[in-house]
Design a protein around this ligand. Structure first.
Ligand SMILES: NC(=O)C1=CN([C@@H]2O[C@H](COP(=O)(O)OP(=O)(O)OC[C@H]3O[C@@H](n4cnc5c(N)ncnc54)[C@H](OP(=O)(O)O)[C@@H]3O)[C@@H](O)[C@H]2O)C=CC1
Ligand SMILES: CC(C)(CO)C(=O)C(=O)O
Length: 306
């Protein structure tokens, strides 16, 4: 039996937790502070709607102190909660290989500060929690996992996680180096999510609006210059990811827009902020990404008004 902890049981954590229960010999434990959601999962199971329709039996907790020792961990909180979530689950995960399925740059570094064996991950799966205990699966998408170079998980652990995700129904690729797919996703998110968050438009609406599309392309070009200078080879042209999003996820509200609608702090610091920081390290100017950071931070600040 493989015991897997999922830290953060929101949209992505719920999708990964539910699908993993479909792999043979897996026990899934999910942790999330949202008491109503956890109670609904305990009482009725975790319900998936949309692209897949099933209900999964997941052990659900509001406090990571109740986790048993686990073989694998999946971090699916927003980036700003990574350290707190992993710290709380540290005992249960001390012998586990732990993957980040989050967006942005720096989550693996945060996990590796607390745990010894880390898996770099990136995903294109999309969804949203629609009611306590229910997650809607919005867009299909692959998952890429591989060693986090400074504190790598063992190859057999990475292969096991890939196998279980595949058997659970989430197409997963285990690669020796996941930086290309990860940066491709980061560039896509940074080029589209803040524009969605600032306008309230879905990813498809942003990418098909004449004026906004020009900004999307400008953000992509700027990020490509950063990657080029840093020696990061993107796995694909981010413009193709934009076309794909229009076709496959037109109506999806990116998680950054979901945050803005709920007036929660966004992940702008690890998306556009991550690209801008990498640019600064290597002397590549990033005025368009800097503007996105300033605008989204300004929006967040406006919520502080009484
Ligand atoms: N939604 C999507 O379609 C996609 C999201 N992603 C990425 O996946 C990651 C997760 O996003 P998403 O699922 O949308 O986010 P959600 O906000 O839906 O879920 C995150 C959950 O983590 C919980 N949480 C906060 N702090 C802790 C903690 N200390 N321990 C355990 N749980 C905690 C949150 O609770 P609370 O709300 O109370 O803070 C929330 O329920 C992000 O990095 C996002 O960018 C990637 C691809 C697509
Ligand atoms: C699904 C996708 C790609 C949409 O932009 C995403 O990563 C998000 O919602 O944060």
């Amino acid at each position: 039996m493989t015991r897997i902890a999922v830290l953060g049981c929101g949209a992505i954590g719920s999708l990964y937790a539910a699908h993993l229960t479909r792999a043979p010999g897996v026990e899934v434990w999910a942790v999330d502070p949202w008491a109503e959601h956890i109670e609904a999962i305990r009482d009725h199971g975790l319900r998936v709607t949309g692209l897949a329709e099933f209900t999964a039996a997941v052990h659900a907790l509001t406090d990571a102190a109740g986790l048993p020792p686990c073989d694998l961990g999946i971090v699916a909180t927003k980036a700003q909660h990574t350290s707190a979530a992993v710290e709380a689950a540290r005992d249960a995960l001390k012998d586990a290989a732990v993957v980040s399925v989050q967006n942005g740059i720096g989550n693996e570094e945060a996990i590796a500060e607390l745990l010894p064996r880390v898996i770099r991950g990136t995903i294109v799966t999309a969804g949203a929690v629609t009611a306590p205990g229910t997650v809607r699966y919005d867009a299909p998408g692959d998952t890429w996992i591989g060693p986090f170079e400074p504190s790598p998980a063992r190859p057999d652990e990475i292969a096991l996680l890939a196998d279980l995700l595949n058997r659970g129904g989430l197409t997963t690729h285990a690669l020796p180096d996941v930086r290309g797919p990860q940066w491709t996703k980061v560039v896509f998110n940074a080029a589209t999510s803040p524009l969605s968050a600032l306008t309230g438009l879905t990813v498809g609406e942003v990418c098909t609006d004449h004026g906004l599309r020009a900004q999307v392309l400008r953000l992509i070009e700027e990020a490509e210059s950063v990657c080029e200078r840093s020696g990061i080879t993107l796995a694909r042209d981010p413009r193709d990811a934009v076309e794909e999003a229009v076709l496959e996820a037109y109506g999806h509200k990116p998680s950054m827009l979901q945050d803005v609608l709920a007036r929660r702090t966004t992940e702008i610091a690890v998306l556009n902020g991550g690209i801008a920081a990498e640019g600064r390290r290597n002397g590549v100017p990033t005025p368009a990404h800097d503007a996105m950071v300033a605008l989204v931070r300004g929006l967040e600040r406006s919520w502080e008004r009484p």
